[in-house]
Design a protein. Structure first.
Length: 445
C-alpha cells in the first residue's frame, strides 16, 4: 500500500512567515481593490533577475497585488503554476483543493492507491477520516465547485477541534477564534468565495491556533455573528430584519439584513407585473427552494464568466461554458460569444467582478412569460484598448455614462430568465443586461 506524506511546510505557506505576520488582515481587505500595504522586499541582483524570468514564465502575475509574495513562494518551491505556464493567482479555491491543503497542513499520510482516476479522492477520504467535514456540509457532492466561506468555516472550525450544530454557530466560533474576519464593515459573507492566497492564510491561522496562539478578532464581525445566532433567518441562513424597512417592503416576503433599502426600492423593469410577495403566495416554482437555488446558480454562473475576462487566458471553452447558462434556443448567442473571445484578445480586455443573485427578490412578467431575479454586482474594467464592446452586454455601449478604466463599479439589476423546454429549468434570457431594465450602476464609494 503506497502512502504519500504531505508536509505542512510545503503546503501552508504561500507567503513567507514574515510577510504573513504583517499582511494577514491586509490581504482580506485589499484583494478587491488590487492593492496591498506590503512593501516590496529587498532583493539581490540575482534575485531580481530570477523574478524577471518567473514573470516571463507566469505571465498572469505581473502587476498582481500579491506579485512579490507569489514570486517568493514560487522561488522557494512552495507552490507552482499550471502546465500552460499560468499561475491563476485569483482563482477561486474549490472544495477539493481546500481539503488537499488541509490534509497537507496536518502532515497527513494518505493512501494514494485509493484514487480511482480522480486526483482529489485521497484527500477527500483523508479529511473525512479525520472528521474535518460531514456530508451535510456541502449542498452537493461536487468537489470541483468553488468552496464558499461557510463551507470553509465548517472545515476550519473542526480543524481547531471545535464543534457546532448550526451554520450560524460555526460562523460565530470561526470569528471568535480569529479564523476569519469580516468583509468591509464586518460583513460575514457566508456565500462568498476565497482565492488561493486567502485560503492559505486560513490554514496558517489554523496552525497558529493549534500551536496555542491567540489571534486578533474582528469585533464588529463578532457582534454580527452573535446577532445572527439569535436572529430569524431565511432558507439560506440570511438574517431577516424587521426595522428600517424599505418603502415597498410589502412587495417582498421578507427583508434581509445584508441588502440596503436601495436594492429593494429600485424600480423594476416595466414588463414586470407580479411582485415577489404575490409569487410567494401562488407560484409553485417560487415556493421551491431547489428551483430557486437552480435559478440563483445559473445567474451567478453566467455572470461569473461575463465579469471575469482576461485576454491572456480566454479561449473557446470560456464561450462554451458561458453559453451553457443561456437559453439554448438562441444558437446565435454562442457564435457571438466566440467572436467576443477573439475581440477580447485583440483589444486586450481584462475585467474582474462578482455578482450575487437574490432568490427572495424574484419577480415575473406574465405578459412575456419570464421570471426576473434581482442581482447585486461589482466589476472593474481593468484593461482595454478600445471602449466599444468592452463587455459582453447588449446595452453597455448605450449606457449614458462611459465607464472608466480601473474604476470599480457597483449596482443592481433585474436579470430575465426563460426556457424553451416548458419546465422550470430556466436559463439566462437573450435580453439580459446589467445596463438595462432600470438598473442602477455607479462607481463604488
Amino acid at each position: 500500500m503506497k502512502k504519500v506524506l504531505l508536509t505542512s511546510s510545503a503546503v501552508i505557506l504561500l507567503l513567507t512567515m514574515a510577510d504573513l505576520h504583517a499582511t494577514t488582515y491586509a490581504l482580506e481587505t485589499s484583494a478587491s481593490s488590487g492593492e496591498t500595504t506590503q512593501s516590496a522586499p529587498n532583493l539581490s541582483s540575482e534575485a531580481v533577475e530570477n523574478d524577471k524570468n518567473l514573470l516571463e514564465h507566469f505571465i498572469d502575475i505581473s502587476g498582481h497585488w500579491a506579485e512579490s509574495s507569489i514570486l517568493n513562494a514560487i522561488k522557494q518551491g512552495i507552490v507552482s503554476g499550471y502546465p500552460n505556464g499560468m499561475f491563476y493567482p485569483d482563482n477561486q479555491v474549490t472544495r477539493a483543493e481546500f481539503l488537499k491543503l488541509i490534509a497537507g497542513s496536518f502532515g497527513t499520510e494518505v493512501d494514494s492507491t485509493l484514487s480511482h482516476g480522480l486526483w482529489y479522492e485521497v484527500y477527500v477520504k483523508s479529511a473525512r477520516l479525520k472528521g474535518l467535514y460531514s456530508e451535510s456540509d456541502f449542498p452537493a457532492d461536487d468537489w470541483t465547485k468553488p468552496m464558499s466561506r461557510l463551507e470553509m468555516v465548517h472545515v476550519a472550525v473542526r480543524a481547531i477541534d471545535q464543534k457546532a450544530s448550526t451554520d450560524k454557530e460555526f460562523m460565530y466560533i470561526a470569528v471568535k477564534n480569529g479564523l476569519i474576519s469580516g468583509i468591509g464593515t464586518g460583513k460575514l459573507d457566508p456565500e462568498g468565495t476565497t482565492t488561493r492566497a486567502q485560503a492559505l492564510i486560513i490554514l496558517e491561522r489554523i496552525q497558529k491556533i493549534r500551536n496555542g496562539e491567540t489571534l486578533k478578532v474582528d469585533e464588529v464581525a463578532l457582534a454580527k455573528a452573535k446577532q445572527a445566532m439569535n436572529a430569524t433567518t431565511d432558507y439560506w441562513g440570511h438574517v431577516i430584519r424587521t426595522t428600517n424597512l424599505p418603502k415597498n417592503s410589502k412587495d417582498y416576503p421578507y427583508i434581509l439584513e445584508e441588502y440596503p433599502n436601495e436594492m429593494y426600492e429600485m424600480k423594476p423593469y416595466q414588463a414586470i407585473d407580479t411582485t415577489s410577495i404575490q409569487l410567494s403566495k401562488t407560484d409553485l416554482a417560487y415556493k421551491s427552494k431547489p428551483i430557486l437555488d437552480m435559478w440563483k446558480n445559473t445567474t451567478e454562473g453566467y455572470y461569473k464568466h461575463i465579469l471575469n475576462v482576461d485576454y491572456r487566458t480566454i479561449n473557446e471553452e470560456w464561450a462554451n461554458e458561458t453559453f451553457s447558462y443561456a437559453n439554448q434556443s438562441a444558437r446565435r448567442w454562442l457564435a457571438d460569444l466566440r467572436r467576443y473571445v477573439e475581440y477580447v484578445k485583440s483589444n486586450k480586455i481584462s475585467i474582474t467582478g462578482s455578482l450575487i443573485a437574490e432568490p427572495s427578490m424574484v419577480m415575473r412578467s406574465n405578459t412575456f412569460g419570464e421570471y426576473y431575479i434581482r442581482v447585486k454586482f461589482e466589476f472593474t474594467l481593468k484593461t482595454f484598448n478600445k471602449y466599444d464592446y468592452v463587455m459582453f452586454d447588449p446595452y453597455i455601449d448605450y449606457f449614458p455614462i462611459k465607464l472608466k478604466k480601473g474604476v470599480q463599479y457597483e449596482g443592481y439589476a433585474d436579470i430575465p430568465l426563460s426556457t424553451n423546454r416548458n419546465d422550470y429549468d430556466l436559463k439566462i434570457d437573450g435580453s439580459t443586461s446589467l445596463f438595462n431594465f432600470g438598473s442602477i450602476v455607479r462607481s463604488s464609494k
